[in-house]
Design a protein around this ligand. Structure first.
Ligand SMILES: *[C@@H]1O[C@H](CO)[C@@H](O)[C@H](O)[C@H]1NC(C)=O
Ligand SMILES: *[C@@H]1O[C@H](CO)[C@@H](O)[C@H](O)[C@H]1NC(C)=O
Ligand SMILES: *[C@@H]1O[C@H](CO)[C@@H](O)[C@H](O)[C@H]1NC(C)=O
Ligand SMILES: *[C@@H]1O[C@H](CO)[C@@H](O)[C@H](O)[C@H]1NC(C)=O
Ligand SMILES: *[C@@H]1O[C@H](CO)[C@@H](O)[C@H](O)[C@H]1NC(C)=O
Ligand SMILES: *[C@@H]1O[C@H](CO)[C@@H](O)[C@H](O)[C@H]1NC(C)=O
Ligand SMILES: *[C@@H]1O[C@H](CO)[C@@H](O)[C@H](O)[C@H]1NC(C)=O
Length: 822
């Protein structure tokens, strides 16, 4: 933007003669006898702000506006006639007219282009540009702010700066809000507005027209719950004022030398900039930049986490309301409690941490209540969905209650707040278990010192728990609901119950061999079918894997993972109790000629997609982030509707956020599914699971096993075979006979292609599971698949042979051409 000091030479004499009292620079006031013409400016007394005519951006139109005088890179912070541009620099002037209006007038015909407004009159009005940047109309001799006739701070354009208040005054019933420019060339009112919204409990709201696009989250005494850029700083103060006359947000710098403004940009983003010591504008922050800031992006009870892919998830103990829509990435329906509320029987509250608090439009507050009183109030009202502290300073105080569904929740791991969400009391049972165990632990310690027999103590602890749980209703017989091993929140079954359910572990009930023990089918007294995995008595190795599985699976919840119902640890016996899967495991059906007919292509494709989602959950979305390490057809269980569930977490490894790769001394897994870098170097990573998934996909498509595959034309395994067909454009030949419906050819080809991308030799080339899920679900070009790892079985086995070490990995950097099939 360029400010023009030029006046047309021809008009100069005219101007000069008519306006003897025209303002020269460095005056801060316009009176009834002094006028301001284009080319002249007024400046606040300390020289900070300047008011005059300007042209924005590339526009030739003229506007009356205000900017910081000392900063060469001119930023206009206020515009008077934003809706009515001047097309000519001449003949227009700004003057004060009695009884108290500041007007922008066409000199030649007296037409008023823009005017201030007032409900009061004074004898000798003046317009004065104050040092704060507030242009006020007032009585000459009265400096009381209460008596100003008009002030520009009450009519901001797109920019807020020190001294302004965004919000409401009930006295004038006037709202001060920001509205964006149309573009940087056009200061007229754009699409976006930014409001201080005190409804319920204050938050700032950015709207596009009437549509809410962003809410900051409620004020928490320190900042808006979701605005991390607001930080305590000795250079400025800011805050929210709420009383019966006013409700506003203010921002003040404590030193005049600090210049900082917040602007609602033409694109709806709010930008805070400040002037650095070399007098240059620097951007401090921009809001609305991440997708999780979009109002209600993940729907009710959906939690948006920008670190996740996809960003939307349901809170723990919540499920997608419309699972199909959710899978299609339509999050608008949000999530619902997996166990419906039952207010009359007494609901409970569960604590969720690290979040940007939900929309407070339907909220109530009490500043004097404690958190405990807050809970009591919320509990009593069945429509109260959550509560938390109103103010987070000094350890938290006050009470904020939410009515209606919770929406606009974002995960802020470092700076988020706690919230207590209403939940069915049955969800708490597990947490009570947790408490019971902790208290049992304490009791145990005390007793150990008084008694000497550890065994006696454990028995005492157990019987106490049994007593406690038998008194509780709703606990199925035999499922005593107690808890085991630290805090895994697992229901405990007792041995007689399991024994009875499995017909004393009858061989007729045997379902198969799991990673470390036999699996039995059982039926509980209430008729529920279960699968019991029993750790072989002597296996030490097995104990590790058992504990590993407990630790992993107990914390996982996903519809494509097998569900752990509980466990049983008694004496030497250690067992895990799972829900029963009537269709056993995938290998059982897939590789059986007769049974495989049950799996038509839509079912197969469904299985591929669901396994991908389950694996994605393990890798990215679960709290623990897990590498399965033994993904294979026999570990995919099928429920009555042939929905797959990933099982067997004996080998799974949890990993921290950053370490996505680890090395292991002992290579464990299943031939045919293990990636080259794992077999050769013991390196396992998310990408080793991706490899196994790729093998599984090719097995599902072809109905043939990778390990033990043979073909009359070549010596390659299934991967090699699929690769050759792919290279020759004959991928469809891989398909088993049951899937020859041309309607599905696209999905089939896509699956094979994705499968081959997953089994590429170099881990870096393989896609992540989030990409895999995306590629399977969406049409679109896929990258060319490179050569698979282990396309022949004889390539690098035996695993521990040191001579073969690195053969597969080092070749990742070389380009290898595949031997042509004969
Ligand atoms: C002022 O009025 C004159 C006469 O009507 C007109 O020609 C001129 O364009 C007007 N100037 C502005 C800036 O509107
Ligand atoms: C401005 O207005 C004057 C007189 O009203 C006219 O002569 C002149 O051409 C106008 N200039 C522009 C750029 O329109
Ligand atoms: C001016 O103020 C009056 C009353 O205070 C109000 O009714 C009117 O709408 C205002 N006009 C403008 C242009 O703001
Ligand atoms: C802007 O950022 C600078 C440096 O990061 C900091 O010193 C200053 O206080 C910030 N100003 C505002 C208003 O946030
Ligand atoms: C998402 O679901 C909602 C509600 O079911 C529906 O109104 C909307 O059109 C859907 N959006 C898309 C993009 O499919
Ligand atoms: C807030 O809670 C206190 C204590 O329960 C009560 O005395 C007071 O009336 C409440 N205030 C409001 C405004 O509800
Ligand atoms: C529960 O709270 C809502 C919202 O404040 C209120 O309208 C309703 O009357 C309350 N119900 C009871 C039983 O107190």
């Amino acid at each position: 933007m360029k400010f023009s000091n030029k006046v047309f030479p021809l008009l100069f004499a005219f101007t000069f003669i008519l306006s003897i009292h025209e303002i020269s620079n460095a005056i801060d006031t316009i009176t009834t006898t002094q006028t301001l013409r284009d080319g002249k400016t007024i400046v606040s007394s300390d020289g900070t702000f300047e008011l005059g005519f300007f042209s924005p951006g590339n526009s030739k139109n003229r506007y009356v506006g205000m900017w910081y005088k000392k900063i060469t890179d001119m930023k206009v912070v206020w515009v008077a006639n934003r809706e009515v541009p001047l097309t000519n620099t001449s003949g227009v002037l700004l003057k004060v007219v009695e009884p108290g209006l500041l007007v922008l007038q066409n000199d030649s015909n007296g037409v008023v282009i823009w005017s201030s407004n007032t409900s009061r009159h004074v004898k000798s009005p003046v317009a004065k540009l104050l040092d704060s940047g507030n242009l006020v109309v007032k009585d000459t001799n009265d400096d009381d702010p209460e008596k100003f006739l008009w002030e520009s701070f009450n009519y901001p354009t797109d920019t807020m700066f020190s001294g302004m208040k965004l919000g409401w005054s009930s006295k004038t019933d006037h709202e001060v809000y920001l509205s964006s420019w149309k573009s940087k060339d056009d200061p007229s009112t754009g699409e976006f507005t930014c409001h201080f919204d005190p409804t319920g409990y204050p938050q700032e709201v950015v709207k596009k027209g009437l549509m809410v696009i962003y809410k900051t989250g409620p004020w928490n005494g320190v900042r808006y719950s979701g605005s991390l850029t607001l930080r305590k700083d000795p250079m400025y103060k800011y805050g929210v004022v709420l009383n019966k006359n006013e409700a506003y947000y203010y921002f003040d710098v404590l030193y005049r030398s600090i210049v900082s403004t917040s602007t609602l940009m033409a694109n709806g983003a709010a930008e805070t900039i400040w002037v650095n010591p070399t007098n240059v504008w620097v951007t401090n922050s921009t809001t609305g930049a991440d997708i999780c800031d979009i109002y209600g992006f993940c729907g009710a009870y959906g939690s948006c986490n920008i670190a996740n892919s996809p960003v939307c998830g349901c809170f723990d103990k919540f499920l997608p309301k419309d699972p199909d829509g959710w899978n299609r990435k339509n999050w608008s329906n949000g999530c619902i409690r997996r166990t419906p509320l039952n207010c009359l029987d007494g609901d409970v509250f569960l604590k969720y941490t690290g979040i940007k608090l939900p929309d407070t439009q339907y909220s109530r507050i009490n500043e004097s209540m404690t958190l405990e009183e807050c809970k009591v109030v919320c509990l009593k009202n069945c429509t109260c969905m959550a509560y938390t502290n109103l103010d987070i300073t000094r350890g938290g105080s006050g009470c904020l209650l939410w009515f209606k569904e919770l929406i606009n929740i974002k995960i802020l791991p470092e700076a988020g707040q706690d919230i207590y969400i209403r939940m069915s009391s049955s969800e708490l049972d597990k947490n009570i278990n947790k408490l019971a165990v902790h208290s049992e632990g304490k009791r145990r310690k005390i007793l150990i010192t008084s008694l000497t027999s550890l065994m006696g103590v454990v028995l005492l602890g157990l019987s106490l728990m049994l007593y406690f749980w038998k008194r509780k209703k709703n606990v199925p017989k035999g499922r005593t609901g107690g808890s085991i091993i630290k805090d895994f929140e697992l229901p405990l079954f007792d041995l007689p119950t399991i024994s009875k359910a499995t017909n004393n572990f009858s061989i007729n009930n045997k379902l198969g061999q799991g990673g470390y023990g036999l699996v039995y089918k059982g039926t509980l007294e209430d008729g529920e079918d279960i699968a019991v995995k029993r750790l072989s008595e002597t296996s030490m190795q097995g104990l590790d894997e058992f504990m590993n599985e407990v630790m992993c699976i107990a914390k996982l919840q996903h519809r494509n993972l097998v569900k752990l119902l509980g466990c049983c640890i008694q004496g030497e016996e250690k067992m895990l109790v799972y829900e029963y899967m009537p269709n056993k495991s995938l290998d059982f059906i897939l590789f059986d000629q007769a049974k495989s007919r049950l799996l038509d292509w839509p079912k197969r494709f469904h299985i591929i997609n669901d396994v991908a989602r389950g694996l994605l959950y393990l890798h990215q979305d679960s709290r623990m982030r897990i590498i399965h390490r033994d993904l294979k057809a026999s570990n995919i269980l099928l429920d009555a509707d042939m929905n797959p569930r990933i099982s067997d977490f004996g080998l799974a490894k949890s990993f921290g956020g950053n370490e996505a790769e680890a090395k292991t001394g002992r290579v464990v897994g299943t031939h045919g599914y293990m990636s080259p870098e794992y077999v050769v170097d013991g390196l396992f990573s998310l990408k080793s699971d991706v490899f196994s998934f790729g093998v599984l996909v090719l097995e599902i498509v072809s109905g043939r096993k990778n390990w033990g595959f043979s073909h009359s034309d070549h010596r390659f395994n299934l991967l090699g075979h699929a690769w050759i067909l792919y290279k020759e454009g004959r991928s469809l030949e891989l398909v088993g006979t049951c899937s020859d419906d041309s309607e599905y050819f696209n999905e089939v080809l896509r699956s094979i292609h994705v499968g081959l991308l997953c089994v590429q030799k170099c881990p870096g080339d393989r896609p992540r599971m989030s990409t895999v899920v995306f590629m399977l679900e969406n049409d679109g070009a896929l990258p060319e698949a490179k050569q698979p790892g282990f396309f022949t079985e004889r390539e690098v086995f035996p695993a521990e042979s040191s001579t073969s070490t690195n053969a597969a990995i080092s070749s990742c950097k070389m380009s290898i051409t595949l031997p042509e099939g004969r």
